[in-house]
Design a protein. Structure first.
Length: 62
């Protein structure tokens, strides 16, 4: 199973090597240490550049 992040109802793949860094980044975000997070993630074979802001539902799947 490939790790993933669900953002606004869309599932984006995360490589195994980046999963832990993504988890740490989102934890800092949830704790209020930043006002937004820019990420490049893959969905459907294409790369998407996202800017995640507070209040948006995010699910990290191992």
């Amino acid at each position: 199973m490939v790790p993933s992040l669900i953002f606004n109802g869309v599932t984006y793949d995360i490589s195994h090597t980046r999963f832990e860094a993504t988890r740490e980044l989102l934890a800092r975000f949830a704790e209020g240490h930043t006002t937004g997070v820019a990420m490049s993630l893959t969905h459907g074979g294409a790369r998407h550049h996202l800017y995640i802001t507070p209040g948006v539902p995010i699910t990290l799947v191992e």
